[in-house]
Unconditional design. Structure first.
Length: 451
């Protein structure tokens, strides 16, 4: 009996230590079993308390009266599948007649308390079938990306969602995106993860970093073109527009519109072209868009209009030519001048890190997902990297990118440096990889020597 008690105390202590230090290990070892039992045992009463039940049908009532049986009680949605994951549970429900997926979504917070889970989200898979994802611990506190991810061409994992799923950046589905965030909000780490994930793919990276290149130029070995000031950025964007027009000429020449070619094989963008002549896709990363839009003189205003016009043309026409925009900034509102609102309307993907005011969050989600505005302004300052991601469909989720240091991102870019394509149109902007010359030492006034 003493050994049994000692073993039980040891197991409880080990479970408590794992829950404190390694919540993922605790979940896989103990939490998933306890949570599954808790859900199955409490399911009927919880659904009834949350108002997710329907009265018995008329034929069941008639059958009960005919057979002199007790009146059947209310019926909860039927469980189709209960699947454990490395971060929680996935519950697939078949709704009863008269129920709606919105009823389940509105009860997610009550389900979280009733089932003692960390978070609960729901989405409708098809008519009458709802998937409820429950997380057993705070997956965003210490982000651990799964070892295997569903990576495809132009689709890369960049962060982890609050429901434990992987957040992907899919350029084929969402060609252009906007990323906002205040200083020290984790915006640069998100960008590093994006570059590191794209480095292993057949894609040309083009960077515009007007902070003298301190963010993107360390990754230069994997970039096909870089600009570190507004003047060079204007010329680079003009070259991208000219390259886009050349790609459209290639598509036009290779459309194969004849009576012998099926309609499905007619080329309308670069992905319909044969692989041997398909131009390499280009991802354009703008580190701080405000530096491109601000001006102080008439000459700078002309340059600014030229830059914004080129960005708007790339956003409107670049998808079919395989040119995708990733625009980052602290603010992106109408105060940056004419053309900004038109450019923002073309940026389908939206990601907002911690912002300093509500108007900045409205710039990201005010026109597509008003509910995400409140979530964006509630991100605490002690959790850098946490962001709210949404798109034009109105859906949104909290995400967090794994911490990637600049040294780690540089190592990845150096490893795949041979994949950086040479594009003739962008050759003048190819970053020079020579060793930088040592800067002269800055003069520092020394303190007077003690007597």
């Amino acid at each position: 009996m003493t050994w049994l008690t000692f073993s039980l105390v040891l197991v409880v202590a080990a479970a408590g230590l794992l829950r404190w230090r390694r919540p993922a290990w605790y979940w896989l070892a103990f939490g998933v079993i306890l949570a599954a039992l808790r859900v199955l045992i409490r399911y009927g009463s919880v659904m009834d308390a949350c108002g997710l039940t329907v009265p018995p049908s008329r034929w069941r009532l008639a059958l009960a009266r005919a057979t002199n049986r007790p009146v059947p009680g209310p019926r909860a949605p039927r469980i189709l599948r209960l699947r454990p994951t490395r971060t929680g549970l996935v519950l697939r429900l078949k709704l009863r007649p008269g129920q709606d997926a919105f009823d389940v979504a509105a009860s997610c917070d009550r389900l979280r308390h009733s089932f003692a889970m960390y978070g609960v989200t729901s989405r409708e898979l098809r008519s009458g079938v709802v998937e409820v994802r429950m997380t057993g611990y705070d997956v965003l506190k210490r982000v651990q990306m799964p070892a295997k991810t569903d990576t495809r061409p132009m689709r890369v994992p960049v962060a982890l969602r609050e429901d434990g799923a992987v957040h992907y950046r899919d350029y084929r589905a969402v060609p252009h995106a906007l990323t906002l965030g205040a200083t020290e909000s984790g915006k640069s780490v998100y960008q590093r993860n994006l570059v590191a994930a794209l480095a292993a793919q057949r894609v040309a990276l083009v960077g515009i970093d007007c902070k003298q290149g301190v963010e993107l130029f360390p990754l230069a070995r994997r970039f096909s073109a870089l600009a570190d000031n507004p003047d060079t950025a204007a010329e680079l964007l003009d070259a991208l527009v000219a390259h886009m027009e050349g790609v459209y000429q290639l598509i036009r020449a290779e459309q194969r519109i004849t009576a012998d070619v099926p309609h499905a094989e007619i080329a309308a963008d670069i992905w319909d072209l044969p692989e041997d002549i398909r131009p390499v896709p280009i991802v354009v990363l703008v580190d701080e868009v405000a530096e491109l839009a601000l001006f102080a003189t008439k000459e700078e205003e002309k340059r600014r209009d030229r830059i914004i016009t080129a960005l708007a043309r790339l956003a409107q026409l670049g998808r079919a030519a395989g040119i995708y925009l990733e625009i980052c900034g602290q603010r992106f509102g109408s105060e940056l001048g004419k053309g900004i609102t038109m450019l923002r309307a073309q940026l389908t993907g939206r990601t907002a890190h911690r912002v300093n005011d509500e108007s900045s969050a409205n710039m990201a989600f005010g026109d597509i997902a008003p509910d995400a505005v409140l979530a964006a302004i509630q991100i605490p300052s002690d959790t850098p990297g946490v962001a709210v991601a949404g798109d034009s469909t109105g859906g949104w989720a909290r995400i967090r990118a794994p911490h990637t240091s600049l040294r780690q991102a540089v190592n990845i870019c150096n490893r795949y440096a041979d994949l950086a394509p040479d594009l003739p149109a962008l050759a003048p902007f190819r970053p020079a990889l020579d060793s930088p010359k040592p800067l002269p030492a800055l003069a520092v006034e020394s303190a007077p020597a003690a007597a």
